[in-house]
Design a binder for this molecule. Structure first.
Ligand code: MG
Ligand code: ZN
Length: 219
């Protein structure tokens, strides 16, 4: 029987995630678990988010990758605290990995911590890492059938960013259908169509993020 084993792993992670969440709450840090398929634009979104908010708020990033420090180097250029987690094959980040990364960050100097998960639409949705919110990016080239195929990701997320909308006119992808299907799975999902390339829609996202942080700060 494999089911009890899987359940234990998830339960153990749940405990670690709760500990992390309590600590982040005490420090007043808003934590975002950012997820998507490979190439949907997680790191590009981080770059746009940092450009928009770096003078308003203290951001930090934990970069999860199976291998390489390519994305961490992209983020490190902005001069904000960045920690790389290499999962060495694991296809998601879990609570322990985030816990291990924390000694490399000064938590007293962070307002918003964004964890860029490993590119994968499946299991990152199952593992909490102490976050306030999960945010999923789906890019237009991936197709409008993805919410129906990977419902858990859309069910668990608070925000859906539909990226690369500048490509929609060239592809067989219905942005309204993505929205409709995702809202069918999770009616409370906030949906923002964006383009990290043209900058369209980015301000709606960064305003949401700022508001979420202000709400956490005042609670
Ligand atoms: Mg990336
Ligand atoms: Zn995984």
């Amino acid at each position: 029987m494999k089911i009890p084993v899987v359940k234990n792993i998830l339960e153990a992670n749940e405990r670690i995630s709760l500990e992390l969440k309590e600590m982040f709450d005490q420090k007043g840090i808003l934590v975002i678990n950012l997820m998507s398929s490979p190439g949907a634009g997680k790191t590009s979104l981080l770059e746009k988010t940092i450009e928009a908010l770096k003078d308003k708020i203290r951001l930090a990033v934990i970069e999860g990758d199976i291998q390489t420090t390519i994305d961490a180097e992209r983020i490190g250029k902005y001069g904000i605290p960045t920690v790389q987690i290499n999962t060495h094959g694991a296809c998601h980040i879990d609570g322990n990995m985030v816990k291990d990364a924390l000694p490399s960050l000064n938590l007293d100097e962070i307002d918003i911590l964004i964890v860029e998960n490993v590119g994968n639409l499946v299991c990152p949705a199952e593992f909490k890492v102490g976050e306030d919110y999960k945010v999923v990016i789906l890019s237009v080239p991936e197709g409008d059938d993805k919410p129906a195929k990977y419902p858990l990701m859309f069910q668990e997320s608070k925000v859906l960013l539909i990226n690369k909308i500048d490509l929609a006119p060239y592809l067989e992808c219905d942005v309204e259908k993505i929205k409709r299907e995702a809202l069918k799975i999770n009616p409370t999902l906030e949906v923002f169509p964006i383009s990290c390339k043209t900058g369209e829609g980015i301000s709606a996202w960064t305003e949401w993020l700022l508001k979420a942080w202000e709400k956490k700060k005042s609670s």
